[in-house]
Design a protein around this ligand. Sequence first.
Ligand SMILES: [Zn+2]
Length: 492
Amino acid sequence: MTPTRLPFIACCAILTLGTLACSDSSGAAEPADPVSGASTQPMAFVGVHVLTMTDGNPILEDRTVIIEGGRITDIGPAGTTPVPDEATTIDGAGRWLLPGLAEMHAHLPGPDTPDERIEDILFLYLANGVTTIRSMQGAPNHPELREATASGQILGPTIFSASPSLSGTSAPDPETAEGLVRRHAAAGYDLLKLHPGLSPETYDRIVEVAREEGITWAGHVSPEVGLERSLQTGKSTIDHLDGYVESSASPEVRARAQAGEPVPLSEVVASATPERIAELAEMTRDAGTWNVPTMYLWENFYNDVPAEELSALPEMRYATPRELEQWTAQKENRVFVELLEGWRTDGAMGADDVDAETARALIDLRREILAALNTADAGLLMGTDSPQMFMVPGFAVHHEIRVMAQAGVPSSTILESGSRRVAEYAASELGYDEDFGHVSPGARADLILVDANPLEALGALRDPAGVMVRGHWLAREELQRRLDEISERAGG
Ligand SMILES: [Zn+2]
């Protein structure tokens, strides 16, 4: 539709967990079905403040939280809640317990990556409190990895696995697209990943066949399809705020672009108005489409922080020298690299055309768009596109949280976007149980214990006192010990 497209980021089964235990009116919990791959050791957090992330985000002070079979079985006042004799107790005094977070735009390594490195990457997520990830570009080993972490064979986050990409390259016409949709659905992927380059006819066929197959579609917005059509057709997530910048332009600029005239990005950005941005945000809310904004990636791409400074971030010790080399080249040349399929794009309009002033204006506009989506109460899901450019798995989420806060999104909304909202998305779009992303009886025991109230200090999430995944407890010392080993293996 428009030649003013932005350089895009080429990025990118179900294990039914049984019914939830629920408290009866007397407060006693029915026995919960154990989570597959759960720790069999009962645990008890004692004297902890609980950030439930249930409706209204109530905080329960000074509680004991019991974990059995990988699920939360009871939450009660610290003084009166019985702790099973065999339970391991964790001192929660003066600490906050909240649901594990999610990375909703992750990229898992393909089958050529050594198993040990794959397991290290999965652990990097856990070490950062990330207990759920949505892998956004499928490879044949991903459904297996999903089963391996779900069954406890590998200690790692719960994985939602997107299909290999449907793009202008892989799906040049509707017939090819139809074949791919049917094949990916049959292969057991959780959702379809879209890249740019799809014609409107091909996109429409994807929508039609995906509905038949009962699988949702998500990812990039092809410029020829556009944001509004993506919203109208029920796309489940839009990633990277694709299409919002172009759609925010004035009617005059949009008309010129639609007529095929190349419009410089600086003009597109300068013509955006708060009214139009608010209108798009409301459209998004009404459509029920979720956004995975990946703010940090874009800021990292366009800001003037030198590669040298990014290379010196503490978490770079978990990256391999090859990754650091690739990321430096990406940053210095402003090139998005598809890390998984080996194909790359220099951006349809040429990223080098963006001068420093336009880059700053673009960063500001993206923040405005995010703030408007929040104001309109459109669905936000936390995601980064790690491991693109200097974004180490797990660690990148904390950069994303910082940027979301800088854009004016309230802490409670940020935390919801990585927890409760992820469960809503997984239930409504992927067919999973909504039994995670909140701290309540019956929920899966995916938890983070932190030393300060994250609603007041989001930075506390960077250094958890411990992380629990399916009832497996990883205390700070254990996390650090394993991180040190990963660093040594990475050789970064
Ligand atoms: Zn991606």
